[in-house]
Design a protein around this ligand. Structure first.
Ligand code: BES
Ligand code: ZN
Length: 627
């Protein structure tokens, strides 16, 4: 093959055929561009779109690099326009035409955490192009774990996290949720490891002349936004739960995981009854090592979860209900840009709560709803007003700046408010119509307004007269008509908390039948008032520092730090040195950083722990700890 041509354009300036020139990530200013343009992607799929990507990937654990070659099938609307892909932290990029001749390309200047535009000049007849690249060890999506970070401590592990705009750091792609691709992949990995992906696995093959490795095949013919293309590789065992559900986990974790998730098929049946047919075929769950920065990620056909959800008593199962619900809200109907993120998460929390109610009853669902609302209100106090708006304006911000309880819980409260106004039957029809009518497409906040006001209002004339939709979507804070779930078991805990604060001995509080949500309520209730003596007496009585429930433990450790209770320090350090879930790390490190001695301690622990965390977590923690 000839050497490909490479031109670097200066200062991030791009000239895009069919459009006015302009800086990457500034409005395209061209008539064909969609109204709801994605400012976090340089791609222009309305001019040239990738419809399928066929990947050849090699996982190099020693170098902590993925080497890739991908063939992109193109749909060209504007014959003069280049193909623009998003890339970040990639090395050795080269581009080839269908017959193996080099294609001219250029890279814009890198923007921090956004990446670069890879602009490929196409020939008139090109219906496909090939790109080669290698990832950098520091790229954001992939985490390469040493054996000591796994349960077995025997083999390394790697996995990807694509949402929101990280896929571009392992796969050059039009990385916008407004465009969908089907894909196929062959991944070469060391023989003792298994490769899993967010698609259908079609087995592994020998590689002639390379007995140390196997080639794993996966494909997904259903089109998905690029943030939902995911892979993982490690020493994994597979355990079937039902004909269409299986668990993948490390051998040391598989029994616990299979037991905790034994009801998954029933959950899937319930979800289908509520939201319409499950369109993806299989629903498998991959239990990752605890370094995973989220609790769960809804990769299609293969939800990724953090092992901290395995509490041993199925009390944290709503997280699985949440990721499963994304099979409709998010994966089937996808937020068009990251400013529409509340459509993914708000709908999903609403659907998650419906699944929990159907499977476990109203009292449990009300407990979870009441706790979540309290969390939302507490977090809103710490956010800037613009971050508390559902239809968020992310101009000049990374999508992560819109990540809070707001899109989740305020979004779900809006849907619950609508349910209060129109009744459950109509809201069910509304939901099923939304998922059916927009299946495998994206949706914007404007689409939601249009569908709500024309669809639901026609079904129930006048029902929505009292809903100030504009205030809900574009106003800060929580509107006064936000529903409030009442939970008797939590009210009982509130009464117990008042007694504890007034000096009642913990031994006199009747906690024998308390569940996880009640313990969480108690710990939250003590947030303002607990000093070291009370915390010590609670710990002596209830042994909270030894709990195996990660939600309860994290809340307790935070309370312990804030209340100056030394008894939590050792467990805190162990926790911070093994668990990488950002939702836990942020409150714990923040609580430490509130005092000068605590900040020194936080910096000391973080120096040791940082190499063990995913880039998603370190991006947030670096600012928290060093600023
Ligand atoms: N899709 C999200 C995770 C996500 C959001 C990753 C935005 C990157 C950017 C996932 O469905 C999620 O919401 N996970 C939550 C659990 C949920 C029950 C609130 C988590 O990981 O804590
Ligand atoms: Zn979610």
């Amino acid at each position: 093959m000839e050497k490909p041509l490479r031109v670097i354009l200066g200062a991030g300036l791009l000239v895009i055929a069919g459009c006015q020139g302009g800086k990457v990530a500034q409005p395209p200013n061209c008539p064909e561009a969609p109204a709801n343009w994605d400012q976090h992607s340089a791609s222009r799929p309305w001019l040239v779109a990738v419809s399928h990507v066929d990947m050849d990937l090699e996982l190099d654990f020693e170098a902590r690099r993925l080497h890739g070659t991908a063939v992109y099938s193109l749909q060209r609307t504007d014959p003069g326009a280049p193909l623009i892909l998003d890339v970040a932290d990639l090395d050795g990029i080269s581009v080839w035409g269908p017959e193996g001749q080099p294609r001219e390309f250029s890279l814009s200047a890198p923007q921090e955490r956004i990446g670069q535009a890879l602009v490929i000049e196409l020939h008139a007849a090109d219906q496909a192009v090939t790109v080669r690249w290698s990832t950098r060890p520091g790229g954001e999506a992939l985490q390469w774990l040493g054996p000591e970070q796994t349960a077995s401590t025997l083999q390394p592990f790697m996995y990807s996290q694509g949402q929101a705009i990280l896929t571009r750091s392992w796969l050059p792609i039009q990385d916008t949720p407004g465009n969908r691709v089907s894909w196929s992949a062959e991944v070469s990995a060391p023989r003792e490891l298994r490769v899993v992906m967010s698609g259908e696995g079609t087995g592994a093959q020998e590689i002639p002349g390379n007995p140390g490795r196997l080639l794993w095949q996966h494909e997904l013919s259903l089109p998905v936004p690029p943030y939902l293309i995911a892979l993982a590789c490690g020493r994994l065992e597979r355990r079937a739960i039902s004909p269409r559900v299986a668990i993948f986990a490390e051998p040391a974790t598989i029994d616990l995981a299979a037991d905790e998730l034994a009801d998954l098929d029933a959950m899937l049946v319930t979800a289908e009854q509520l939201f319409g047919p499950y369109r993806w075929g299989r629903y498998d769950v991959l239990v990752l090592p605890p370094a995973f920065p989220y609790g769960g990620m809804e990769n299609p056909l293969l939800t990724f979860v953090n092992p901290t959800i395995l509490a041993g008593d199925r009390s944290l199962i709503s997280l699985i209900a949440h990721e499963l619900a994304h099979s409709w809200s998010g994966n089937l109907v996808t937020n068009e840009t990251w400013e529409d993120f509340w459509l993914n998460e708000g709908f999903t929390v609403y659907c998650e709560q419906r699944i929990i109610e159907a499977l476990y009853g109203v009292p449990r669902s009300n407990m979870e709803k009441a706790l979540a609302r309290t969390e939302l209100l507490a977090e809103m106090e710490t956010l800037e007003p613009w971050q508390t708006v559902l239809a968020i304006d992310l101009e000049g911000h990374h999508p992560d700046m819109g990540f809070s309880w707001v899109p989740y819980e305020k979004g779900a409260l809006l849907l619950r408010r609508i349910e209060e106004l129109v009744g459950r039957e109509d809201v069910d029809e509304f939901l099923r119509g939304w998922f059916e009518g927009r299946a495998f497409r994206s949706a914007s906040t404007a689409d939601f307004e249009e569908y709500l006001l024309h669809g639901l209002s026609e079904l129930r004339p006048g029902a929505m007269a009292n809903l100030d939709l504009d205030l809900w979507l574009r106003g800060p804070g929580l509107p006064d008509d936000a529903p409030q779930a009442v939970s008797e078991p939590l009210l009982m805990v509130d009464a117990a908390v008042s007694r504890l604060i007034a000096g009642t001995d913990p031994g006199e509080i009747e906690t024998a039948d308390w569940n996880t949500f009640q313990w969480l309520r108690m710990i939250h209730g003590l947030r303002q008032d607990a000093g070291p003596e009370l915390l010590e007496s609670l710990d002596l009585r209830f042994d909270l520092t030894s709990t195996g429930n990660a939600e309860v433990l994290c809340a307790w450790l935070e309370l312990g730090i804030k209340g100056g209770y030394e008894g939590v320090q050792q467990r805190l350090e162990e926790f911070l040195l093994t668990v990488g879930r950002r939702k836990y790390l942020v409150p714990l490190y923040s609580a430490l950083c509130a005092s000068p001695e605590g900040r020194t301690r936080a910096r000391h622990i973080y120096a040791q722990a940082r190499p063990l965390y995913h880039a998603v977590s370190t991006a947030t923690l670096d600012t928290l700890i060093y600023d």
